[in-house]
Design a protein around this ligand. Structure first.
Ligand code: PLP
Length: 317
């Protein structure tokens, strides 16, 4: 088994907290606390990806996401910390008064290309073409795909199990719930749990892709990683459970129910969720595992995204 090397960019370990909400107790793993500017799940993946970018000798990082992409913000900040230039390909429009993640992005003055949805769907090809152009002129460009979800990036959540194991007996939990965008977090969790011989379920709440697509993406990514790194595990695809129906009108929109629940949770537990990922995932978690129960042994993974709250603050009134 070849274990890739990583940089030390995140504040780890993140706390594992036991909380109580509406008379149900449960564990929440605070990956919203991996840092401030580089907060959230993405930085675990970036520790591996940025190491590889330095190995490649990159002077520039390309990455992509929505205009409020947490991943793009974390990547840009990590790149700046390492003295690298960045170009972001953001699905959306430029704003005179940017909010949330886009506000932070713009403070660092990277090159930003705003793209339409049609281009975003072909963004890997576009980034490759642009990389070739720049490299002909002597630059070295490292491309990080959407969400940092590559065979290498998902090591962030394979490695996560070493940390979790040091915080609790893994047999005490029968599953983990997480939001899924590009699917890399879930792919890493599938492999990480298998390597620890823990047969618990990985529940994902899809907020970007439909159930069939996200299922394929997660399983394919996990299989590719297992092959590339010759990992001694066999995936049991039945352990991956997609809980859909919490996306609302789509990725860029919050839902009334998840905002109402998030506000109540914040008031009682002082833990905040974002409107796009963790708020929707917590809504699913609440309805499927908490409501009406005294306790649950399914853990909630808080993957961060908190700057997104400020971009949608009107939805909270
Ligand atoms: C806050 C937050 N939670 C969850 C996710 C989903 O992670 P993944 O893309 O690995 O599925 C993302 C990114 O897409 C995110 O920014």
């Amino acid at each position: 088994m070849k274990i890739p090397r990583k940089l030390d960019l995140a504040h780890l370990p993140t706390p594992l907290q036991k909380v109580n909400f509406r008379n149900t107790s449960f564990y929440i793993k605070r990956d919203d606390l991996t840092g401030l500017e580089m907060s959230g799940n993405k930085i675990r993946k970036l520790e591996f990806l940025m190491k590889d970018a330095l190995r490649y000798g990159a002077d520039t990082i390309f990455t992509t996401g929505g205009e409020q992409s947490n991943h793009s913000r974390a990547t840009l900040i990590a790149a700046s910390k390492l003295g690298l230039k960045s170009r972001l390909y953001l699905w959306g429009k430029d704003k005179a008064n940017p909010e949330g993640n886009l506000f932070l992005d713009k403070l660092l003055k990277p090159e930003i290309k705003f793209v339409r949805k049609k281009e975003f769907l072909n963004i890997s090809r576009i980034m490759k073409e642009d990389k070739n152009q720049l490299e002909k002129r002597g630059r070295k460009v490292y491309i990080i795909p959407e969400g940092g979800s590559s065979k290498l990036g998902i090591w962030g959540y394979i490695d996560f199990y070493n940390e979790l194991e040091s915080q609790l007996n893994l047999k005490k939990i029968s599953g983990i719930v997480s939001a899924a965008g590009s699917g890399g977090t879930a792919a890493g969790l599938m492999i990480g749990s298998a390597l620890k011989n823990v047969e618990h379920d990985i529940y994902v709440v899809n907020v970007l892709y439909e159930k069939k697509i996200i299922t394929e993406r997660i399983l394919n990514l996990a299989e590719e990683c297992i092959r590339k790194y010759r990992l001694p595990v066999k995936l049991n695809s039945h352990r991956l459970k997609v809980i859909s129906g919490y996306q609302g009108k789509g990725y860029k929109f919050s839902t009334k129910e998840s905002i109402a629940l998030s506000k109540d949770f914040f008031r009682k537990n002082t833990i905040l969720f974002d409107p796009v990922y963790t708020g929707k995932a917590f809504h699913a978690y609440y309805e499927n595992f908490l409501e009406g129960k005294a306790r649950t042994n399914i853990m909630f993974l808080h993957t961060g995204g908190l700057f997104g709250v400020f971009a949608k603050r009107k939805d909270y009134y």
